[in-house]
Design a protein around this ligand. Structure first.
Ligand code: ADP
Ligand code: MG
Ligand code: MG
Length: 250
């Protein structure tokens, strides 16, 4: 599904990604962990199509298509979903209208008929129920005045509506209390299928009690320095990152 080879990216001549290799197949859940400033958000931004970073080497293909050549909006329409670490607020645009436009844009791109108003409302009702988000949020402007937890729930709702092939969730757990965490994780788990994949970026093992990864990768100084099964997350929780820093100091 997603194949990343020797990916390098920089900003202002500062190299932040220094040779990332990662292969993701449908049905898989990958966790990316690592100390602050390792490049986790940079990796997701580069994949989502941020133009802030310059890719200087390497490749990323999505179902065989060159992802790095595509504009960000086409990447989304091809089925890549990126939840920002810091979601933007869009005052004056209701969630309902925002989602209707987004969903129909995606359908158009994929040669599917746009949803009628009633089809769309039906889909929305279904997905709202699935991710346990209430109308109080979906009737408001996108993220405007939402608490941290509400923004994250809202992202999972957007993910449910767009039905992406791969979702990259960047610190979806930050700012969540334990109940919100469970709701978000349940949503992610319910949306999981044999046809889609999830990449969970997190500092903490806690989220991975709920969203159980098939693989855990440690990103450090712009490289994946370690990959293993879910037990690696527990080991990191217990031992911290110092042993990794020592081992992989330049
Ligand atoms: P992480 O998500 O793992 O905490 P980031 O990808 O956010 O790490 O950051 C990796 C490195 O890139 C950090 O040193 C950070 O300061 C730098 N960086 C990220 N974004 C920018 C930017 N817009 N301008 C300059 N440096 C940046
Ligand atoms: Mg960070
Ligand atoms: Mg980050």
């Amino acid at each position: 599904m997603l194949e990343i080879k020797n990916l390098h990216a920089k900003i202002d001549d500062k190299e932040i990604l220094r040779g990332i290799n990662l292969t993701i197949k449908p049905g898989e859940v990958h966790a990316i962990m690592g100390p602050n400033g390792s490049g986790k958000s940079t990796l997701s931004s580069v994949l989502a199509g941020s133009e802030v970073f310059e890719v200087s080497e390497g490749s990323a293909t999505f179902y065989g298509k060159d992802l790095l050549e595509m504009p960000a909006e086409d990447r989304a329409r091809e089925g890549l979903f990126y939840s920002f670490q810091y979601p933007v607020e869009i005052p004056g645009v209701s969630m309902v209208n925002f989602m209707r436009t987004a969903v129909n844009e995606h359908r158009k791109y994929n040669n599917e008929k746009p949803y009628s108003a009633s089809e769309f409302l039906k889909l929305m009702r279904e997905k709202k129920k699935l991710v346990e988000i209430d109308s109080n949020l979906t009737n408001r402007s996108v993220n405007e005045g939402f608490s941290g937890g509400e923004k994250k729930k809202n992202e999972i709702f957007q993910m449910a509506m767009l039905q992406p092939k791969i979702s990259i969730l960047d610190e979806t757990d930050s700012g969540l209390d334990i109940d919100a965490l469970r709701i978000v994780a349940n949503g992610v788990n319910k949306l999981k299928s044999e046809d889609n994949a999830t990449v969970v970026i997190t500092h903490y093992q806690r989220l991975l009690d709920y969203i159980v990864p098939d693989y855990v990768h440690v990103l450090y100084k712009g490289r994946i320095v370690m990959s293993a099964g879910k037990e690696l997350a527990l080991e990191l929780e217990e031992k911290g990152y110092d042993w990794i820093k020592k081992q992989f100091e330049d």
